[in-house]
Design a binder for this molecule. Sequence first.
Ligand code: F6R
Length: 261
Amino acid sequence: MEVVTLADPAEIGSVAADSIVDLLVRKPDAVLGLATGSSPLAIYDALAARVDAGSVSFAQARGFTLDEYVGLPADHPERYRTVIDNVFVAKVDFAPGAVQSPDGLAQDIPAACAAYEQAIQDAGGIDLQILGIGTDGHIAFNEPGSSLASRTRIKTLTRQTRIDNARFFGGDIDAVPTHCLTQGLGTIMAARHLILVASGRSKAEAVHHLVEGPVSAMWPATILQHHPHVTVLLDDAAARRLQLIDYYRETYRAKPDWQGI
Ligand code: F6R
């Protein structure tokens, strides 16, 4: 796991975007895993700027989002499908239909989850997955206690996650759905490169467990310690509880530029 501390979310977004551009130059039809929430917004802004500047194209790329609330109507502004369309897909040049999401309105939820797994597999798997992390250590919506081998399925959101996400629902926790469809930890672990981004003090405890804690379903993100290519991009506030922070900084400083993340 490579841990990199950067000045602020904008720099985090820029470094992550560079890596995605490098991937698309090597592999224009790459498959990207897309997170929603606040953390990746700077990445999407940086990528949109690079598309506007003509330095990258998503015309042959495909995308799969991580998760979706169950039961939010199709026109709800906080439906993750709507959010990712607004914050990213509409700002770049994906082909129509190139980005898929779990169907939070499916009648047959197990069938919809199985179909989503199949679609990812049929696309050749995810080359690069963008991740945020919840204050309770979730990645996607794999809440504490999730199977470390889980695949796309329905999950119940913890009260903590509903409190954290109430800011998107006018501060009303009761307006936050209780359930979601989410890629599983096993699904995420199958992606070839994972970039997890986190900023702010509220993420410091989860980041500490992710990087330096024992692997445990109580802190689901810790499963990433078993992945061969994980990059964790943090601001100082999110990194403040890391015991080996000086070592991570020294390692990144000494890295040759050509190596990337
Ligand atoms: C969203 C997702 C979640 C968020 C996490 C952090 O698709 O998968 O795991 O990444 O809840 O959310 P923010 O970035 O809003 O703090």
